[in-house]
Ligand binder design. Structure first.
Ligand code: KMH
Ligand code: ZN
Length: 275
């Protein structure tokens, strides 16, 4: 079986220090959290950035500052900026980190309720626009799907030339407004992607580790981190993203699955080495 790629979603846009004091806001905090995750076994850092007070931003200069700080501590890690940003941001605001030509970036494949009055809007034209931008710049999209319909959208836009193969999906499961996080939900998504596609699973809240276990067994990949879940176990806050990654590494070792380093992750995903 292929080695396991672990992605650490270290910061998110919605989770706050009020939820877990270890949630990083500043560039230095993000770099230290990325290093803890990397040292524990993560090869990809999924990145949102904030102003120092925690306000989410897609500002290109802030992304550069944070990415430089991370590369200083983890020179070979894969950084995957979010183009989702936070609910309510415009398309061009969200696309700013693609101007830095990262190796990967997220490409959200549909609109989704996000709790309360929040709606995370990704129209078909938005997805086409983002997909085309990523092709032009040689950025590998991680196709974020919050529901089965979003896989259909990705496959349709592949046929229209806005996404290229091999496709790499992220099943974001358990969002209040998206698909649930039960085994049958996982099986449904898993069976709906092309044979040559790769996938990672991001289980939200209590779904994080059960879904990680399924992906480990199935040959998929795993995303954990404060963006999705701040608890190490029921009622126990994780002290760092590193603790969440270390738990996945322990689970994988128990199942006999080896962990990919960044070079191996690049090979599995077909990424060009960073220059
Ligand atoms: N913060 C959410 C509104 C992504 O990173 O691409 C969007 C999100 C998805 O987190
Ligand atoms: Zn994200």
């Amino acid at each position: 079986m292929e080695k396991l790629i672990i992605t650490a979603a270290i910061s998110g846009a919605e989770v706050l220090k009020e939820h877990n004091p270890a949630v990083p806001y500043t560039a230095q905090e993000c770099a230290l959290e990325a290093k803890a995750a990397y040292d524990a076994g993560a090869s990809i850092i999924h990145l949102h950035v904030r102003q120092d007070d925690g306000t989410p931003t897609q500002d290109k200069n802030r992304f550069k500052e944070v990415m430089d700080a991370i590369y200083k501590l983890c020179p070979d890690v894969i950084i995957q900026p979010s183009t989702g940003g936070a609910v309510g941001m415009t398309d061009d605001e969200r696309l700013q980190p693609t101007e830095l030509n990262p190796e990967m970036a997220t490409l959200d494949c549909g609109t989704c309720n996000f709790g309360g009055d929040d709606v995370f809007v990704n129209t078909e034209n938005t997805i086409k626009y983002f997909g085309t931008r990523m092709i032009e710049r040689g950025i590998k999209p991680e196709l974020e799907v919050f529901d089965k319909s979003m896989i259909e959208m990705a496959l349709r836009l592949y046929k229209k030339g806005h996404i290229v193969k091999p496709m790499h999906f992220d099943f974001v499961m358990g969002v209040n407004g998206g698909i649930g996080g039960d085994i049958r939900d996982f099986v449904f998504l898993r069976g709906s992607i092309p044979e040559d596609a790769t996938y990672t699973v991001a289980g939200v809240g209590r779904f994080e580790f059960p879904l990680a276990q399924l992906a480990i067994i199935d040959g998929g990949h795993v995303r954990v981190g404060f963006e999705d879940n701040v608890y190490l176990s029921k009622g126990v806050l994780a002290k760092s993203n590193g603790e969440l990654v270390a738990k996945v590494v322990r689970m994988a070792k128990e199942m006999g699955r080896e962990i990919a380093n960044p070079t191996e992750a690049r090979q599995i995903l077909g990424l060009k080495p960073r220059n």
